[in-house]
Design a binder for this molecule. Structure first.
Ligand code: EPS
Length: 392
């Protein structure tokens, strides 16, 4: 089983991730891991914090001579901002006068619910852990899941479908998604330049008015064979597992598999993907194919061999430069919500974090199905199954 957990606070010394269950012998490309961390920091509308941080993975265990050794992988990503917080957030008792209270909770953030739950006098410790900075750890862990999936020829990428009112009004081909993610300058991660320019205007409007803007990202998994996940038990269905993985990301408020939302408004005859059996034009062997992929590659909680498509719907970031009404924790007096700094739009960054969650989920299902303590054993089991499908 692949397991992972994260620890760390937004302004603490470091963020960490612990990943276990990957087979031994997976080649580890640290430049790839660090590029994933870089990608999470990009996008038009990111906040001031991204100018301070250059997230880099410091691998402490589980990797030797450039390969996994089957042992738990511990990763540390140092917070450069820590030097400004050492006295404000000490591990020891420190000087209470230096505590930097978050005096009035932000509507939409975990501030109020968290302070009530953990009995904190203000929201400082809440935001330290609730912050989306935690997704740095998830991206580091997800990069290792991607490296394992790569040995099976499976890839995971994302792109932006919507920013505020602006939507990509066509589907994106896999090659376009690869190309937009290969860029060294990230705008909003949309495959269509004209749509991306309009998305940028949406962010600019939010920036001008002290506001924030949400949107929709789409994660695509390419190269997954039919048969991962199962319908036999509710908690083993791939769509349910992916929904939880993506919904657990900060600011994600809805998850869609394939065209699930449109499907609810459409007749069945127009939604379901007809089944064909043909050779592909590129000379691939004859196989079951679909002229469209509204199901997003999953039927009955099982992958069906098409690309897996998961969309995440992001609410706008809850820290506003023109804050909403709130109440002081200490006096209960009406005031504005706290503001230090904030992102305006995080759609492409959230897409990268969702890729990590999807990669970890798919890697877990692949590990369950194909098993293997070494990459060699897993690849052999995988190849045997692919051959079985081919001969079906
Ligand atoms: C984030 C770092 C944070 C925020 C953001 C995500 O940095 P700071 O709080 O120091 O500005 O930019 O966090 C939130 C959106 C949030 O609500 O807390 C990051 O690295 O992604």
């Amino acid at each position: 089983m692949i397991r992972f957990s994260t620890a760390g606070e937004s302004h603490g010394e470091a963020l960490t991730a612990l990943v276990s269950g990957l087979p031994a012998g997976v080649p580890v490309d640290l430049d790839f891991v660090n590029r994933e961390l870089w990608r999470r920091q990009q996008g038009y509308g990111r906040g001031g914090r991204m100018k301070i941080e250059t997230d880099k993975a410091h691998v402490l265990s589980g990797v030797r001579h450039g390969q996994t050794i089957g042992a738990p992988i511990a990763i540390e990503i140092v917070n450069r901002d820590w030097k400004n917080w050492e006295e404000k957030l000490p591990v020891g008792a420190g000087d209470p006068a230096k505590h930097q209270a978050v005096a009035s909770p932000r509507p939409g953030h975990a501030d109020l619910a968290g302070a009530l739950k953990y009995n904190f006098p203000d929201a400082r410790y809440v935001l330290e852990r609730a912050s989306a900075r935690e997704t740095t750890s998830r991206v580091a862990a997800g990069a290792f899941a991607k490296l394992m999936l790569r040995t099976l020829g499976i890839e995971v990428l994302s792109h932006a479908i919507r920013v505020g009112r602006v939507e990509l009004e066509r589907s994106a081909a896999w090659d376009e998604i690869v190309a937009v993610n290969a860029k060294d300058e990230v705008m909003l991660g949309c495959v269509d330049p004209a749509t991306e320019a309009r998305m940028k205007e949406e962010v600019e409007e939010a920036a001008r008015t002290g506001d924030t803007v949400g949107g929709v990202f789409e994660v695509v998994v390419h190269g997954v064979p039919a048969g991962l996940g199962t319908y036999v038990n509710w908690d083993e269905r791939m769509d349910g597992l992916l929904a939880m993985a993506v919904m657990s990301l900060q600011a994600v408020k809805a998850v869609e598999i394939g065209r699930g939302v449109v499907a609810a408004e459409t007749f069945g005859s127009r939604v379901h993907d007809p089944i064909q059996y043909a050779a592909e034009p590129n000379g691939q062997p004859t196989r079951f194919t679909r002229p469209q992929n509204n199901a997003g590659g999953i039927e009955g909680g099982v992958s069906n061999g098409e690309d897996i498509v998961v969309r995440g719907y992001l609410k706008p970031i809850s820290t506003l430069r023109r804050p909403l009404e709130s109440v002081r924790f200490d006096t209960r007096a009406s005031t504005s919500a706290s503001y230090e700094r904030s992102d305006i739009c995080v759609v492409p960054a959230a897409g990268v974090a969702a890729e990590a969650m999807v990669a970890l989920t798919i890697a877990g299902l692949a590990q369950q199905k194909f098993g293997g303590d070494s990459a060699l054993e897993m690849q052999r089991n995988f190849a045997g199954y692919i051959e079985q499908i081919r001969r079906y």
